[in-house]
Design a protein around this ligand. Sequence first.
Ligand SMILES: C[S@@+](CC[C@H](N)C(=O)[O-])C[C@H]1O[C@@H](n2cnc3c(N)ncnc32)[C@H](O)[C@@H]1O
Length: 188
Amino acid sequence: MATLHGKHIARLVASRYDNPTGAEIGVLFGKTSLTLLSLIPRLTLYLIDPWELSLDGGGVGKSCSQLRTARHDTQHRVAEYITNGQAILIHNTSERAAESIADAFLDFAVIDGRHDYDYVAADILRWRRTIGTGLLIGHDYRYDTPTPGKYLFPGVDQAVDEFARSEGRMVHTLPGHVWWIDMGTANG
Ligand SMILES: C[S@@+](CC[C@H](N)C(=O)[O-])C[C@H]1O[C@@H](n2cnc3c(N)ncnc32)[C@H](O)[C@@H]1O
């Protein structure tokens, strides 16, 4: 089943690009990857995740047994796109994977790996280089809780807001707790 955030990200990307290349950082079971691949025409997607039991995603991790099957689930889920070359699985951390991607090679990056402040802030900076004037996108922004004004992933909110402020750019949002920043226009 398609993910809500994936559907909205797909609509955004498809409205901007004819033949896009993107990366999803933090893939887990590949549900959003499949949503993007099936809804964005002619997408080439790099799926990046270490799928390591020691890495819990910074507060959004699944149990060990779930993570153990996640890579296999992803491979199975996007199998037809692996076969036709549209899906490229990179079994590595965000840090290492970004090193192998050239400046401005991508049109967009979806940041959904670890959710603690330091990691999100670092991911924004490292993937920003790879998208040039494209779209920086992420998940779990302003994820509200039953307590008014309290959000589930404050590290995500803080990192995104600080980056946008430092760049003088706007943080746009979409349903499903999506944030995105346009790095191509003057004020984003
Ligand atoms: C919230 S889940 C991703 C959910 C997925 N994007 C979706 O929409 O279904 C977070 C994922 O980040 C991965 N992760 C943890 N540390 C990471 C790192 N350093 N680099 C990339 N991914 C990481 C975890 O293995 C986990 O699968």
